[in-house]
Design a protein around this ligand. Structure first.
Ligand SMILES: Nc1ncnc2c1ncn2[C@@H]1O[C@H](COP(=O)(O)OP(=O)(O)OP(=O)(O)O)[C@@H](O)[C@H]1O
Ligand SMILES: [Mg+2]
Length: 259
C-alpha cells in the first residue's frame, strides 16, 4: 500500500448505544470531499470523529472500523505523528508549549524534515486569513485567543502536517472564518469531516451525516435540492457578519441590511 497516497478512507458500521448495527453499508471519503456531522448533544458526533482519528478497529465504544485505501492502516501510520494522515482540531485545542508561534512552527517544521523555512511565514499568513485578529510570529502560543489558536492549527495542518484528512470538531463558535477554511481545504484537495450546527457550513458540505443514539442514522446528499437555501443563507450570513463587525466596533445597530 502506498501510504503517502490516500485514495480513500472507508468507515464500516458499528453499533448504536443499544448494540444495534448502524444503518449503512459503508461511508467512503475521498480527497476534496467535505462532510458535515450533525445531531443532538450526546448523539455520538465526537465519537465518530474520534473513530476516524485513531482508525478504529472495532476497538472503540462504537465498534466501528475505519480503513485506508480499503485496508487496515499499518501501526506506524497511526503511532508516528509525522506519518499520521489525519489532523484533528477540537473544541479544546490547548497548546501547552510555552513557545512563540514562530518557534512552535519551527519545531514542527523540523520534526517533519521540511527544509524550506519560508513555510513558517506562509503558515502564519494563511492562519491570518482565517481569523480577524492577526497572529504575530513572536507572540507566545499560550497567549493566542481560541480563534487564533484554531486558525493556526488549521493552517499548520494544511501547510506543515500536510495531512490529507482534516477533522474539525465544532470550531465555528470560535472566531474563525469557517467558509474561508472550507474553501481553502477544498482548494488543497483535503478531505474535511466536521461536526457542526452552523447552517451555512452544513449546507456547504457535500454530504451530511446525521447522528442519533450513538449511531449514524442517515446520510443526506441534498446537492441541487438545497442550492437555493444555500444562496439565501450566504446572504444572511454576510449580513450577520457585517453586523457582528459593527457591534465589535462599538456601533449602535438600528437596522440590518439583507443585500
Ligand atoms: N455507539 C456508541 N456506543 C456506546 N457509546 C457511545 C456510542 N457513541 C457515542 N458513545 C458515547 O456517548 C457519549 C457522547 O457521545 P459524543 O461525545 O460523541 O456526543 P456528541 O454528539 O459529540 O455530543 P456534543 O454535541 O455534546 O459534543 C461519549 O461518551 C461516547 O463515547
Ligand atoms: Mg462532541
Amino acid at each position: 500500500m502506498h501510504l503517502h497516497k490516500i485514495e480513500e478512507i472507508t468507515i464500516l458500521p458499528g453499533n448504536n448505544r443499544n448494540g444495534d448495527t448502524e444503518n449503512f453499508n459503508k461511508i467512503t471519503i475521498k480527497p476534496g470531499d467535505t462532510i458535515s456531522v450533525v445531531g443532538p448533544t450526546g448523539s455520538g458526533k465526537s465519537a465518530l470523529i474520534n473513530d476516524i482519528e485513531i482508525f478504529a478497529k472495532k476497538d472503540t465504544n462504537t465498534k466501528r472500523t475505519v480503513l485506508v485505501n480499503g485496508d487496515y492502516p499499518p501501526e506506524d501510520f497511526i503511532r508516528d505523528p509525522s506519518k499520521k494522515p489525519v489532523a484533528l482540531i477540537t473544541q479544546n485545542t490547548k497548546c501547552l508549549a510555552d513557545l512563540s508561534v514562530e518557534n512552535f512552527l519551527e519545531m514542527h517544521v523540523r520534526s517533519r524534515k521540511i527544509t524550506d523555512e519560508k513555510i513558517i511565514q506562509e503558515t502564519i499568513t494563511l492562519a491570518n486569513e482565517f481569523t480577524g485578529e492577526k497572529i504575530k510570529p513572536h507572540v507566545r502560543m499560550t497567549s493566542l485567543s481560541g480563534g487564533q489558536t484554531r486558525s493556526l492549527m488549521v493552517a499548520d495542518a494544511i501547510m506543515i502536517s500536510n495531512a490529507p484528512i482534516i477533522l474539525l470538531d465544532e470550531v465555528e463558535n470560535a472566531g474563525i472564518f469557517k467558509e474561508k477554511v472550507i474553501e481553502c481545504l477544498k482548494k488543497h484537495n483535503k478531505a474535511l469531516i466536521f461536526v457542526t450546527h452552523d447552517p451555512l457550513v452544513s449546507l456547504m458540505s457535500g454530504r451530511r451525516i446525521v447522528m442519533k443514539n450513538g449511531a449514524v442514522e442517515k446520510i443526506l446528499e441534498p446537492g441541487e435540492e438545497e442550492k437555493e437555501a444555500l444562496s439565501d443563507i450566504i446572504q444572511m450570513d454576510a449580513a450577520l457578519c457585517s453586523m457582528r463587525e459593527r457591534i465589535r466596533a462599538g456601533e449602535i445597530i438600528r437596522s440590518i441590511s439583507l443585500t
